[in-house]
Ligand binder design. Structure first.
Ligand code: B12
Length: 214
């Protein structure tokens, strides 16, 4: 029964069926299916669409369609994650954003939800964020951690740029920096001088705890 819901949800993403994606998400939450597993299933499906695009078999409207379907279902699932995870104690403050030149938001929003549910105070700056904006937010919110997302090989180097910028502004030592997103690897994160990388959203939460020793 559960397997059917996962398959149906994947199918809704791959067929760009926004209404089906949203109603399946509601149904699955009603049936108490683990929300993280629902996000995982949709992630698999949208990456398959991305792979098709990468191979030249699908087109930009396909990416848009899959993203729309996923964006219709995720808030419903994320609401449940926040409800289950609602905690009082604040673990620390995190500034999050997708780097300049990059408008991919789905994974970034996912890590924000999980970090919030875990008890972090999260300031989501959004997408297409310049080094200066990250710097301002770190100062404004007195952040413990900066989390940057980048989905494209063209925009991954922007993470290095932000780190250099923070070094020049004497702010690098003040924050821990974690990086992620489809274009990032462990090796890349070490090369650019980040403090940590993880390829998953639950992993991002563990990493954030590790970075601030909690
Ligand atoms: C959906 C999508 C879009 C949507 C985005 C909608 C939105 N609101 O986000 C739209 C249609 C707008 C889009 C546009 C483009 N896209 Co696009 N897109 C995708 C697609 C299919 C899925 C991305 C996604 O949401 N994945 C699901 C999420 C959950 O995964 P994720 O973001 O990686 O996040 C996970 C982890 O990485 C991690 N994580 C994420 N961030 C962070 C941060 C930290 C700190 C940590 C620890 C972890 C972490 O947690 C998440 C949970 O698992 C990918 C394919 C792919 N394989 O990813 C292509 C892809 C990223 N896009 C691509 C391209 C080329 C483009 C365009 C240039 C296309 C064009 N010709 O215009 C534009 C770029 C516009 C721009 N300037 O940014 C390429 C990039 C190629 C490359 N390697 O450089 C990809 C890989 C497709 C491909 N195979 O060619 N895209």
């Amino acid at each position: 029964m559960n397997n059917d819901i996962f398959e149906d949800l994947k199918k809704a993403i791959k067929e760009y069926d926004t209404e089906a994606a949203a109603s399946l998400a509601k149904k699955a939450i009603g049936e108490k299916i683990e929300p993280l597993k629902l996000l995982d299933a949709m992630t698999v499906a949208i990456r398959e669409v991305g792979d098709g695009f990468g191979r030249g078999e699908l087109w930009l409207p396909d990416l848009v369609g899959a993203a729309d379907a996923m964006s219709a279902a995720t808030p419903i699932i994320e609401e449940e994650i926040k409800r289950i995870g609602a905690k009082r104690e604040s673990l620390g403050t995190i500034v999050v954003g997708t780097v300049f030149g990059d408008i991919h938001s789905i994974g970034k929003t996912m890590i924000c939800t999980l970090l919030t549910a875990e008890g972090f105070k999260v300031h989501d700056l959004g997408i297409n964020i310049k080094a200066e904006q990250f710097l301002e937010a770190i100062k404004k919110y007195n952040a413990d951690i900066l989390a940057m997302s980048a989905l494209m090989t063209m925009t991954a180097p922007e993470q290095r740029k932000v780190i250099k910028f923070l070094e020049n502004e004497n702010l690098r030592e003040k924050v821990k920096i974690m990086v992620g997103g489809g274009a990032i690897t462990e090796e890349f994160s070490k090369n650019i001088g980040a403090d940590g990388y993880d390829p998953t959203a639950p992993g991002a939460v563990k990493l954030a705890r590790q970075l601030i020793g909690k």
